[in-house]
Design a protein around this ligand. Structure first.
Ligand code: FAD
Length: 406
C-alpha cells in the first residue's frame, strides 16, 4: 500500500488527502492548528446578511480513513521524511505539501483605529460584517477578484464603497473597464491608490490616499499573501511558492505541492482564490498515490459581480506574450453590456484564452475545456446562435480570428 503524507489541512491538503485515500493509499495528514479548518466557499460571503454554510472537513477525512495529526507543525520534508515540531518523524512514499499562505502585516498611520478591519481570516470577515451594517460608506483596500468580491458583497447590503487598488486586473483590460462601470452603477467607486492613513478621532472617519481624502465609516483591508513553507529542498517560483508542473510534482522526486503555497511552472497564476486549490489538490493527491493525472484544464474563474457575469479562462494576450507565444486577439462587443475577447496563437489558430463580460453564466465551464485542450478556433466557429445569443458573441470573435466574414 502506498503511504502518502499530506502537510496542511486547508482546502488543497484535504482534497489531496481525500483523493489519495480514494485511490487506496494510506494517508496521514499533518495540520499545525488544533483543528482542520472548516470549508467556507467564499469568505467575502461572510460579509453578507446570510453567511454560507460550513462543511465539517474533519469528518470527511475520517470517513475516508485518513489519519489526521492535529497540532503537528511540520518543520521539514525531505525524500519522503516528514519531521514535525513535536519530533514526530514519519517516512512516506510521497508527500503533498499544502501549507497555504500567510497574510502580510498591514501597517499605516491610523491602522489601529476603531473601524479598521484587516480581513486576514474568516473570523475577521464575520466581525467586519457585523459592524459595517449601519454604515453608509466604507473604503476597501485590496487587489484582484477577492477585493472585487468584497466590494460586491458590501454593495449588496446597500453600502456605498470606495475600492482602492494599486492595479487593474492583470491582462484583463476590457473586462476590467466593464467591471468598473458596472460597479459605479451600484455605488462602488473603483479608484487606483493605496491607503496612506486612516484619519478620525478614535475611529476612522476618512482615508487618505494619493492626496485625496475618502470619507468613510469603516476601512476593510485585504492583506497581501505570501506562500508559507516548511523546509523543502525544491525549486521555488517567482513568488517564492513551490514550483510545480502540470501533474503538481516539484523538482524533488516524490514531493508534490498544491494550493496557495505552490506556483505552476507553466500555467499563469489564476486571479481567483478558492478554485486554485481544489483541483490542484486532487491532482497532487492522485499522483502521490501513484496516479498519472495532469492538470490540463486552464485556470479559469467566473463570477457574478455588480449584477453582471464575468469570466476568464486561459491566458490573456499579455500572459501569452510573457510565455513567448506569438498571439493575437479579437474583442467583440454588444453595446456597453457584453463583450468577448478571444486570444489565440497566430500561426496554429489554437485557442489560448477567452475573457468575457455580460454573457450569461453556464458557458464558462465548456469554454474552459475548449481552452484547456487548446482547441482550434474553428471548433467554436459554428456555435449556434439559435440556442443562445450569448454564445454567438464567442462565435463571432472566433470567426473574426479565422478571418471569416461575419
Ligand atoms: C487574507 C486571506 C483571504 C482568503 N480569502 C479566501 C476566500 O475568500 N475564500 C476561500 O475559500 N479561501 C480564502 N482564503 C483561504 C485560502 O487562501 C484558500 O482557502 C485557498 O484555497 C488556499 O488553500 P490552501 O489549502 O492552499 O491553504 P490554506 O487554506 O491556507 O491552508 C493551509 C493549511 O496548512 C496548515 N499549515 C501551514 N503550515 C503548516 C505546517 N508547517 N505544518 C502543518 N500544517 C501547516 C495551516 O494551518 C492551514 O490549515 C483566504 C486566505 C487568506 C489568508
Amino acid at each position: 500500500m502506498v503511504r502518502v503524507g499530506v502537510v496542511g489541512g486547508g482546502r488543497a491538503g484535504v482534497e489531496a488527502g481525500l483523493e489519495a485515500a480514494s485511490k487506496g493509499a494510506k494517508v496521514t495528514l499533518f495540520e499545525g492548528a488544533s483543528r482542520v479548518p472548516d470549508w467556507r466557499n467564499s469568505w467575502p460571503d461572510l460579509l453578507t446578511s446570510s453567511p454560507p454554510p460550513i462543511r465539517d472537513t474533519h469528518s470527511l477525512l475520517e470517513a475516508e480513513g485518513v489519519e489526521v495529526l492535529l497540532g503537528e507543525t511540520v518543520l521539514s520534508v525531505d525524500q519522503g521524511l516528514v519531521v514535525s515540531g513535536s519530533r514526530v518523524r514519519r517516512r512516506f512514499d510521497a508527500v503533498v505539501v499544502a501549507t497555504g499562505s500567510s497574510p502580510a502585516l498591514s501597517r499605516f498611520v491610523g491602522s489601529g483605529k476603531t473601524g479598521v478591519y484587516v480581513l486576514d481570516g474568516p473570523q475577521a470577515y464575520v466581525e467586519a460584517g457585523r459592524h459595517v451594517g449601519s454604515a453608509d460608506w466604507v473604503v476597501v483596500q485590496g487587489e484582484g477578484i477577492l477585493a472585487l468580491r468584497v466590494a460586491d458583497r458590501l454593495s449588496s447590503r446597500g453600502l456605498g464603497v470606495t475600492l482602492l487598488r494599486r492595479r487593474p486586473l492583470a491582462g484583463l483590460t476590457e473586462v476590467d473597464s466593464m467591471l468598473v462601470s458596472a460597479a459605479a452603477a451600484r455605488r462602488v467607486s473603483i479608484v487606483q491608490g493605496q491607503v496612506e492613513a486612516a484619519a478620525g478621532q478614535g475611529r476612522v472617519q476618512a482615508v487618505v490616499s494619493g492626496g485625496r481624502v475618502h470619507a468613510c465609516e469603516a476601512l476593510l483591508v485585504l492583506p497581501e499573501l505570501s506562500p508559507r513553507l516548511p523546509r523543502v529542498p525544491v525549486t521555488l517560483g517567482r513568488l517564492r511558492g513551490i514550483r510545480v508542473e502540470e501533474d503538481q510534482s516539484s523538482s524533488s522526486p516524490g514531493l508534490y505541492a498544491a494550493g496557495s503555497c505552490s506556483e505552476p511552472a507553466l500555467r499563469p497564476p489564476c486571479p481567483g482564490i478558492s478554485r486554485t486549490s481544489s483541483s490542484p489538490g486532487r491532482v497532487a493527491g492522485a499522483n502521490a498515490a501513484g496516479g498519472i493525472l495532469s492538470l490540463r484544464c486552464s485556470p479559469s474563474w467566473s463570477e457574478e459581480l455588480f449584477g453582471l457575469a464575468f469570466s476568464a479562462t486561459g491566458q490573456s494576450l499579455e500572459e501569452a506574450a510573457l510565455a513567448g507565444l506569438d498571439a493575437s486577439r479579437v474583442v467583440v462587443r454588444r453595446g456597453s453590456s457584453a463583450l468577448c475577447c478571444v486570444v489565440y496563437e497566430r500561426r496554429s489558430l489554437r485557442l489560448l484564452g477567452i475573457q468575457s463580460a455580460g454573457l450569461g453564466p453556464g458557458h464558462s465551464a465548456a469554454l474552459a475545456v475548449a481552452v484547456g485542450q487548446s482547441a482550434h478556433l474553428s471548433a467554436l466557429a459554428d456555435l449556434s446562435s439559435a440556442d443562445s445569443t450569448d454564445i454567438s458573441l464567442v462565435a463571432e470573435a472566433v470567426r473574426q480570428g479565422l478571418g471569416w466574414s461575419v
